[in-house]
Design a protein around this ligand. Structure first.
Ligand code: SAH
Length: 301
């Protein structure tokens, strides 16, 4: 743009960028799930996943490079935490997905790499942009934020009036068991998380999902199911049982007790579904592609 001053042009060059990320690889699974590996302008990598359901397309977006919380079962935290994504980098994941697929994405889940509520301000700005009628016009009701359970941020989110759906990765019904698999459990207790979820539901009238990853011999016995059932019996929460997607260099295995676990919850009157696992053949679990890429490239994060 030569019709503006040199000084303004240099200012714009310093402040703005056109492409903050580029598609590095796209993997398409047998079930048509697409996994995008994006290269950021500083050489880091992140991932997004596009899941095709019968009546909708859902995009799973990342909010960080790496993850601070290093849950033992998850590939995202394996290389440590690198940095938060900018608002642009969060939004641009969807931009590339929509441009490439030429289809309308209706649902967004913040379940990619990182902890969305730990990048709170950028997440909120990104949601504002993604839902704007002049951009992607995504319905706020069609957005789900998944968190390890950062209680103060859950309450802050409840106060925004954004009214997005909340999903909490509980994965264990007691603090002792949760601490064995999630380092964040020492800071955020199960009771404080349930309390924050109840408040979120009251204030937003939105559905709260309890995510429970079933890991063989770790958190999948009947006693765990009964404890979880008692914990959330009258809450009205919805439980999503997640089949564990095995990752390299981690001894955790997929549970074979999914149905038995589900039946115990159902008998307590809890609404429970088993997550329809997608993209298993293309390393669909959070952070798997990125970790593979870091290994291939040696030092590059
Ligand atoms: N930090 C957020 C969002 C990212 S992870 C959170 O923890 O909720 C999104 C979901 O995928 C979480 O429930 C997480 O526990 C789960 N997950 C992580 N690794 C997984 C794996 N290998 N197989 C299946 N689910 C996994």
């Amino acid at each position: 743009m030569t019709n503006i001053s040199k000084m303004d042009r240099s200012k714009l060059r310093d402040i703005f960028t056109f492409n903050s990320l580029n598609i590095d690889e796209v993997h398409v699974g047998k079930d048509k799930t697409e996994k995008y590996l994006f290269k950021l302008s500083d050489g880091n990598y992140i991932e997004s996943v596009v899941m095709n359901y019968e009546n909708r397309i859902s995009a799973c977006l990342s909010t960080q490079v790496g993850c601070k919380f290093a849950c033992r079962f998850c590939a995202s935290g394996k290389g440590g935490f690198v940095r938060h994504l900018t608002v642009g980098e969060i939004v641009e994941q969807l931009y590339h997905i929509v441009c490439r697929s030429k289809r309308k994405v209706k649902n967004i889940v913040f379940m990619g790499i990182g902890e969305p509520l730990d990048n709170y301000d950028n997440l909120i700005d990104a949601i504002d942009i993604l839902t704007h009628f002049k951009t992607f016009n995504i319905g706020k009701r069609k957005i789900t934020v998944s968190t390890i359970g950062i209680t103060d941020k859950i309450l802050k989110l409840a106060a925004t009036q954004l009214n997005v759906k909340l999903a909490v990765s509980l994965h264990a019904p007691t603090d002792a068991l949760r601490r064995k698999i999630m380092s964040a459990a020492s800071k955020y207790t199960v009771d404080s998380i349930i309390d924050a979820c109840i408040k979120y539901r009251e204030r937003t009238k939105k559905r709260v999902t309890i995510e429970y990853l079933l890991i063989d011999g770790v958190n999948d016995n009947d006693a765990n199911a009964y404890k979880l059932a008692k914990l959330i019996k009258h809450s009205g929460f919805y439980v999503n049982l997640i089949p564990y997607n095995e990752i390299p260099n981690c001894s955790f295995k997929t549970s074979v007790r999914t149905i038995a676990f589900k039946n115990i919850l159902r008998d307590y009157g809890i609404t429970v579904e088993i997550r329809n696992s997608k993209g298993d053949d293309i390393e669909g679990a959070c952070g798997q592609l990125r970790i593979g890429k870091i290994k291939d490239n040696g030092s590059k994060k």
